[in-house]
Design a protein around this ligand. Structure first.
Ligand code: SF4
Length: 326
């Protein structure tokens, strides 16, 4: 049985999803990247292999996320796509007529507007913590709550208080102030959820054509307090898809199936790749004022790939360097 692997290597987490030929999810793995993408790619692959049944064979691989190029080179991916495309593909697969994708992860957030399954508009926030999951993590820690307890408490609110959440520093001082005024914890927590949603809608969501059907995905979609806050702010129903936490990897797996169906074969290197030693190095090219940071991937101490050079100077002579290594 042919199955397809999607890998989403992000700065915080790396996700692996396996789908069958009908694009049904068979398995999903979530790992913390911990600044070691090469190790995590190997670990994820090994875990996937131990969980495959005897008759299942990986017949295609797609990669996405900030580490997608590196992951693609290591595994021999059939397709490499940015996060916007991968998330949009997974969203359209989960809800075929989806119009709006709200995505909030631990360190970034994005919005994608689709017209008939095609990305028509998008925006990303990678710089401001106040519109991402890390904002909630910080505030939950400040209140001495686990994020799970924090999520549930929001649903017990009877009168959410308004927290000035434009920035995590302001939010903290305002929250202390509200506690001192005697507001209950559920109302404060619900207020923080509303503050995050306001931040999100005023930043990444600003000027976007937000219409139903609306999907909410990314790790923060596990928090029902945020879903309720979105429903209240937008006065509409929000759908949280089953695989909300691994949608990038799901999109990459779907794209891998489609790519292999077209080209007829896969370039996946197989599980043997975990036996190799991988290393990256980089240098600044001084050839012109661009001063490109050129990245090199070494496999078993031999130069395997290069990227990052704007003019192709270093990638063009790669084959020569490889030949002289052999
Ligand atoms: S790689 Fe090319 S574009 Fe980049 S600094 Fe060197 S010469 Fe310039």
């Amino acid at each position: 049985m042919n199955v397809f692997l999607g890998i989403d290597v992000g700065s915080v987490s790396s996700n692996f999803v396996i789908v069958d030929e009908d694009l049904q999810v068979l398995d999903a793995i979530y790992l913390r990247t911990q600044g070691k993408p090469l190790e995590i790619i190997k670990t994820g692959l090994m875990q996937i292999y131990t969980r495959l049944s005897k008759n299942q064979r990986i017949s295609g691989v797609g990669t996405t996320g900030s580490g997608r190029q590196l992951a693609a080179l290591v595994v021999g991916a059939d397709v490499v796509k940015n996060e916007i495309t991968a998330h949009a593909v997974a969203a359209a697969h989960s809800v075929p007529d989806v119009h709006t994708v709200l995505e909030i992860g631990g360190q970034d957030s994005k919005i994608i507007i689709l017209e008939q399954g095609i990305v028509a508009d998008f925006a990303m926030n990678t710089v401001c913590a106040a519109g991402t999951g890390s904002f909630l993590d910080q505030q939950a820690a400040r209140l001495g709550l686990s994020i799970e307890k924090f999520s549930q408490l929001a649903l017990e609110a009877t009168n959410p208080v308004r927290i000035a959440g434009r920035c995590s520093v302001f939010a903290e001082s305002d929250m202390i102030h509200k506690q001192q005024l005697g507001h209950g914890l559920p109302d404060i927590v619900a207020g923080l959820c509303q503050a995050l949603v306001r931040n999100y809608l005023n930043n990444v969501g600003k000027g976007k054509d937000i219409r139903e059907p609306i999907i909410f995905q990314g790790g923060v979609a596990a928090n029902p307090g945020i879903k309720v806050a979105f429903e209240k702010a937008l006065n509409t129903k929000i759908i949280v898809p089953k695989w909300f936490g691994v949608m990038g990897a799901l999109g990459a797996a779907i794209l891998a199936q489609e790519t292999v169906a077209k080209k007829g074969e896969s370039s996946f290197r197989g599980i043997e790749l975990v036996e190799s030693q991988y290393k990256t190095a980089s240098f600044d090219c001084q050839g012109c004022p661009n001063v490109c940071e050129v990245i090199e991937l070494l496999v078993d101490e031999k130069l395997y790939a290069r990227w990052g050079d704007k003019c192709g100077k270093w990638t063009d002579n790669l084959q020569k360097v490889k030949a002289s290594n052999n």
